[in-house]
Design a protein around this ligand. Structure first.
Ligand code: C2O
Ligand code: CU
Length: 475
């Protein structure tokens, strides 16, 4: 993996900036301050990701899967707000892939939806993602092809602000995942079934039946490790620790808590919120929360992520340097899981990205429905086939009133934009994913200011593959 920063201001770009002729212009002609802006090169962060079959140790057993750079999760990609990310993706899988940069308001052709924003990256070929990253925060990247997300095809993406407003001593990224790949013949076959297709391609290509949502997962992982052999986090007494929590699971909502400690939530989906102190938080698929923990309670503590469905805990161990006690047992449930749990109603934005204000230009009632194991949504009562986009003129202030009329949980994600969640505070959080429980209804407002074709879909991978996805075309 390369991770060098290179400065990129080629002679060609320089010539374009100053109008084609370097000879005629000096910095003085442009005005120094102006020139400094014009000529400030984009900083570019370079990475290479290789998608390939790999083996993963789950403690008691090794399984084969597919992933990035032979690591699970894929490598941490990190850049700074305003910089460009340049990622060469080599596809050494036997099938096609693409990568989606979840939550980044990205230029459309880099969004990674095969058959919609790009052609699939074929086996044996390379594709370069190159885009400006306009926001800071905790994000992640994942395959948007077939059921690859439910294998090992995901990793964290952290964007540092130009100036970090929080103060903390240590940062820990926690990537949660529900795991079944490589366990038993049946699960593997199901996951491969859709190897070459996305939900989007499936609808247009009329392919066979997609995999159904698993009833449970045999493993729940934090940073690729099962509870039997957990991630170990060392802290010093007195430190403030920033945890960046990412739910990369395909079909599991987790409740996260750290025994012996409270958490101060500072960001939701990468965007800042007014700090709120809780004992536990629920995190839906694809959501992220940043929390600060004051390490003022020495010991050896369970950091637990309890799946909402059946199945064992995911966990990591937080050990204070100097504390030599034994780790708690794998199944140990911190009492904080039953304490004060974060609710959307407690979150208020504190200066996020592009906050809508005023009355919407367009209001859409979006109803999430299921029928005989398949899913669909309606817009103002109408079903739109996935290849028939919902058209929205650029810069429209859109209001979606999303109602879950099905019996399942649907974390709904909009590509390319943040939305503001109405939560009764008048100042709800900016998010890119909202977890809608059965019978729940949420209002989200957003500005359709990013032209292109964007998917709006449930981030339960199996619901997406079974139809809970539509396309929004902004022109
Ligand atoms: Cu993580 Cu289409 O999304
Ligand atoms: Cu769903």
């Amino acid at each position: 993996m390369r991770s060098s920063i290179r400065q990129q201001a080629t002679r060609r770009e320089f010539l374009q900036l100053v109008g084609g002729s370097t000879a005629a212009l000096t910095l003085g002609d442009l005005g120094i301050a102006h020139a400094a802006n014009l000529l400030a090169p984009d900083s570019v962060t370079d990475y290479a990701l290789t998608a390939a079959p790999t083996r993963v140790s789950l403690g008691s057993r090794n399984v084969s899967t597919i992933g990035f750079n032979e690591s699970l999760p894929g490598p941490l990609l990190r850049t700074t707000e305003g910089d460009r990310l340049h990622v060469d993706v080599n596809n050494n899988l036997s099938t096609s892939t693409t990568i989606h940069w979840h939550g980044i308001p990205i230029v459309n052709k880099m969004d990674g939806v095969p058959g919609l924003t790009q052609s699939p990256i074929r086996s044996g070929s390379t594709f370069t993602y190159d885009f400006k990253v306009p926001v800071s925060g905790t994000y992640w990247y994942h395959s948007h092809s077939s059921a690859q997300l439910d294998r090992g095809m995901y990793g964290p993406l952290i964007v540092d602000p130009k100036r970090e407003p929080l103060s903390y001593d240590r940062e820990v990224v926690l990537v949660l995942d529900d795991w079944r790949d490589g366990i038993g013949k049946r699960s593997h076959a199901l996951l491969s079934l859709y190897e070459c297709q996305t939900g989007f391609e499936r609808h247009t290509a009329e392919a066979g039946r997609p995999p159904v949502e698993p009833a449970s997962f045999p493993y729940h992982l934090i940073n690729g490790k099962a509870a039997q052999n957990p991630t170990q986090i060392s802290v010093n007494r007195g430190e403030v620790v920033r945890f960046r929590i990412i739910n990369a699971g395909s079909a599991t909502v987790y409740r996260v808590a750290l025994a012996g400690h409270r958490m101060r939530v500072t960001h939701a989906d990468g965007q800042p919120v007014a700090p709120v102190d809780v004992d536990a938080l629920d995190i839906g698929m694809a959501e992220r929360y940043d929390v600060l923990v004051h390490a003022n309670h020495p010991g050896v503590w369970q950091l637990a992520a309890q799946p909402s469905a059946r199945g064992p805990l995911a966990r990591a161990i937080v050990r204070y340097n100097g504390s030599s006690g034994a780790a708690p047992p794998a199944h140990f449930k911190p009492k904080q899981l039953k304490g004060k749990v974060l609710k959307y109603g407690m979150l208020r934005t504190s200066g996020g990205y592009g906050i809508p204000s005023g009355k919407p230009d367009m209001t859409m009632y979006v109803s999430l429905r299921s029928r005989f194991g398949a899913f669909y949504m309606t817009f103002n009562g109408r079903v739109l086939p996935v290849d028939q986009p919902l058209h929205i003129p650029r810069n429209t202030h859109v209001r979606f009133i999303i109602t879950n009329a099905s019996g399942q949980i649907h974390p709904m994600h909009l590509h390319g934009h943040f939305f503001q969640l109405a939560n009764g505070t008048g100042n709800g959080p900016m998010k890119d994913t909202v977890n809608v429980n059965p019978s729940q209804s949420f209002t989200v407002d957003w500005i359709a200011n990013n032209p292109g074709k964007w998917v709006f879909h449930c981030h339960n991978l199996y619901h997406m593959l079974n139809g809970l996805m539509n396309v929004i075309s902004i022109t």
